[in-house]
Design a protein around this ligand. Structure first.
Ligand SMILES: Cc1ncc(COP(=O)(O)O)c(C=O)c1O
Length: 415
């Protein structure tokens, strides 16, 4: 299973852009990926040929309806959801989480407990902290070991009690790159009758995300992080969605999932999201022996991508560690590399993260610096006040040669 990098890169027009003759190196992917041409085409076709609201008696409305149905099916395939009717689209993960948290809050009583993690992006923290404030809930914190960058799930066992109602945790960290054992977390939650809200924004571009295998109750992700347009999606287990009271305007549909959709959706975004899922299926079919339906092809594609990205992660981590004064703020131990993704954050003993990111940008290498909204992570690591970290996030369209170029540019910057 080897990815054909040339064929892959040819799908993404942005990858061949240059500025004053200098190639762009996109390592800013954890903040948002580039899109294959098919995504932009699907979006423009939607806008040019099917631009109408849903439920009308005319052609464009029918076409828009078909686009929406296809997008729901695509996301159900992407996440191995039992039904496309469990997929809710919204502006982004953050707004969906704020929105559905109101409905979840109706189920919680004063004194109930929720468990949040110190490894999460603030979008899976602050909506729940505010909910706890409004409903008189107690927040319990699952911390991670700052030496191993992983949770110790025995701590989770200690945190769960008869008042626990909800566990909110990420599948992968957007700063350290750690990939969590979501399946075990969800199993522990289920055994205690606790709902799980999984932030899969950073795992979605890198690995198979299977809601049935995870055994979670909610899962959120953002297509713009996995080669699609700016949009968010929420999967909710049907039995759980059925128990929630939707916050909706009166004329909006009563049926699940539409009752949870906050207002008119971006149909062009949905068209692009479906095209992004089709892109993964294309990778699976053409490069990873994927056969059968879209679900199977997507799974094969994600498997091949995950395998290749392990190689990128190893190369990047090893290369960074060989540079003077660098601390990788994430898993580096060879035996634990399979529990991390290719997103790598680092700090330097002298140079501020922002200065390093600026020096890289001067060479047309794109990387983010700061806490990257992972406020609790940066606090836990003691790097919040010193400017966070530099975050380098390759994805499957990046190459080992690009990583070498990054390391070559970094070396003199750090000396
Ligand atoms: C792990 C994680 N969760 C949530 C978010 C927020 O996603 P959105 O921009 O779709 O609200 C991000 C964005 O960077 C993220 O990395």
């Amino acid at each position: 299973m080897t990815l054909d990098l040339e064929a892959i890169r040819s799908q993404f027009p942005a990858l061949s852009e240059t500025d004053d003759g200098v190639a762009r190196l996109y390592f800013d992917n954890p903040a948002g990926t580039q899109v294959p041409k098919r995504v932009a085409d699907a979006m423009s076709q939607c806008l040019l040929r099917a631009n109408a609201n849903l439920g009308g008696h005319f052609r464009t409305s029918d076409l828009a309806g078909a686009i929406v149905a296809d997008a729901q099916e695509a996301m159900a395939d992407f996440l191995n959801a039992p039904s496309p009717d469990e997929i809710i689209f919204g502006q982004n993960m953050t707004s969906l989480t704020f929105h559905v948290s109101r409905s979840i809050g109706r189920h919680l009583d004063t004194g109930d407990e929720i468990i949040l993690s110190r490894m999460d992006h603030d979008a899976n923290v602050e909506p729940w902290v505010l909910l706890a404030r409004d409903h008189g809930l107690t927040v319990r914190w699952l911390s991670f070991d700052t030496a191993t960058f992983e949770f110790d799930l025995r701590q989770l066992e200690d945190l769960v009690n008869e008042r626990t109602r909800l566990i909110c945790v990420c599948a992968a960290s957007n700063l350290t790159g750690t990939v969590n054992d979501v399946k075990s977390i969800c199993r522990m939650a289920r055994e205690a009758g606790v709902w799980t809200y999984i932030d899969a924004v950073q795992s979605a571009p890198h690995m198979v995300n299977d809601v049935q295998d995870f055994g979670c109750d909610f899962l959120v992700c953002s297509p713009y992080k996995f080669f699609g347009p700016h949009q968010g999606t929420l999967w909710g287990r049907r039995e759980v969605l059925e128990t929630l009271e939707p916050y909706k305007v009166r004329p909006a549909p009563e049926a699940i999932p539409w009752c949870f959709a906050p207002g008119t959706a971006s149909h062009e975004g949905m068209a692009g999201t479906a095209a992004a899922v089709d892109y993964f299926a294309w990778v699976g079919e053409t490069m990873a022996g994927g056969e059968g339906d879209r679900r199977q092809k997507v799974r094969a594609g994600m498997g091949a991508i995950a395998e290749y990205e392990q190689e990128l992660a190893r190369h990047l981590v090893q290369g960074l560690r060989a540079l003077p004064g660098i601390t990788v703020q994430g898993i580096t131990a060879a035996e634990a590399m399979s529990r991390r993704g290719p997103t790598v954050a680092f700090t330097h003993e002298q140079h501020a993260p922002d200065d390093i990111a600026r020096a890289l940008a001067e060479k047309n290498i794109f990387a983010w610096s700061g806490h990257n909204y992972a406020v609790e992570v940066a606090k836990s690591l003691g790097i919040l006040e010193s400017g966070g970290a530099v975050r380098v996030g390759p994805v499957h369209y990046n190459t080992l040669a690009e990583i070498d170029r990054l390391l070559e540019v970094l070396d003199p910057v750090l000396r």
